[in-house]
Design a protein around this ligand. Structure first.
Ligand code: SF4
Length: 367
């Protein structure tokens, strides 16, 4: 067995009702899914489909596209048909685009009650159209576009205000006997966001879409999202996630998947166990770890590779991994499944590890 055959799990998922976004199940019976959103103009059909293909290749489960204009709504049927993964139409301000998106074959529609003023009057018609087409919805409440009535009542976008908005909108759909929706209550502050989702999770068994909205550039956004999602997912809260970064959407998917893998919620693929290096290091650990990661980045099976700078913890970690190197004196002891198979010069370490990973994959019929 490679990788970590019996990973520890954090605890049970919160029980939710189950919905579908196209072929992807969302709810406690399904694995936590990863979403992202295209940054192209949706009317740029080829550009949008190209970006969706890149997201699909990166492991994205569900993609959302913006529908700000009639022209965007008009091309949804092509995007929905040609996308390899389920498409969610993201709609603000114009309820009529919701109907277009449903007719276009989108797997789901995201509606933001705070941005659809006459939304309440349209709920019955939206519920009927979605139900007839087997399309699910996301009620996407966002701190930046909270219903003005609630903003006035609560003074600002507090957890209570966000939850009140979500619960109210959920009740409108439920009154029409429509239950195929998930809810998000996003805030840019991870602490507020965590408190909001915790409160919402207490109020009903809706599947929840997690997001720290406007989380920032890649470094800050990754940490904010990891901190908030880590807390909630450890409590079993969260059925689908989107890491929002001011960075290309493929980066959002990489972060999202890595986050789920780190929490034992997805099968780990390549896992590099590398030391931070210190004054004892006898090789350039940073470069070595980066080169090994780059060389093995296409590994699609669980493989733990230890890259260690010296003999203090090196042999121990290298022995625990599927593959490893413990360096010393400009050389690397190469371990496979706990056995030293050979010692190679520093310059050959990366190449040897890559060759051994390929050999393991071939032997076990993996790719
Ligand atoms: Fe330092 Fe060696 Fe530990 Fe790396 S393995 S951090 S070089 S003591």
């Amino acid at each position: 067995n490679l990788g970590n055959p019996e990973p520890m799990t954090l605890g049970p998922r919160r029980k939710t009702r189950q919905i579908r976004v196209g072929r992807i199940g969302v709810g406690s019976e399904s694995q936590v899914s990863v979403q992202s959103m295209t940054t192209t103009k949706t009317t740029d059909i080829n550009g949008t489909l190209q970006q969706i293909a890149e997201l699909t290749a990166a492991g994205c489960d569900i993609v959302r596209v913006a529908v700000p204009t009639q022209d965007d709504a008009d091309v949804l049927h092509i995007i929905a048909k040609k996308s390899q993964i389920p498409v969610i139409a993201d709609i603000h301000f114009q309820p009529k685009y919701v109907f277009t998106a449903i007719e276009a074959g989108c797997a789901a529609v995201r509606v933001n009650p705070g941005n659809i003023r006459k939304f309440d009057d349209q709920v019955g018609a939206i519920a009927r159209a979605a139900s007839d087409a087997g399309v699910s919805l996301r009620i996407g409440v966002n701190a930046g576009s909270l219903d003005p009535r609630l903003l006035q009542k609560h003074g600002k976008a507090t957890p209570e205000a966000l939850v009140e908005s979500a619960v109210w909108e959920a009740s409108l759909f439920e009154e029409h006997d429509f239950h195929d929706f998930k809810i998000s209550v996003k805030h840019h502050d991870p602490v507020v966001m965590v408190k909001t989702y915790r409160q919402l999770a207490e109020r009903g068994n809706w599947p929840l879409h997690l997001g720290v909205t406007e989380a920032g550039p890649a470094f800050q956004g990754t940490i904010k999202s990891a901190a908030a999602f880590g807390i909630l997912l450890a409590e079993g809260i969260g059925d689908t996630i989107r890491v929002s970064l001011s960075a290309p959407p493929v980066e959002e998917v990489k972060v999202g998947l890595q986050l789920l893998q780190s929490l034992g919620l997805r099968e780990k693929k390549l896992e590099i166990v590398s030391c931070p290096s210190c004054g004892r290091a006898q090789v350039d650990v940073y470069t070595l770890a980066e080169d090994v990661t780059e060389g093995l980045k296409d590994v699609q099976f669980p493989l733990r590779v230890a890259v260690m700078g010296c003999v203090v913890n090196g042999p121990g970690e290298a022995r625990e991994a599927d593959l490893g190197v413990a360096s010393g004196n400009g050389k690397g002891q190469i371990f496979v499944k706990g056995e030293v198979i050979r010692t190679v010069p520093e310059a050959d370490i990366v190449e040897t590890l890559i060759a051994e990973a390929r050999r393991i994959a071939d032997e076990q019929g993996l790719e």
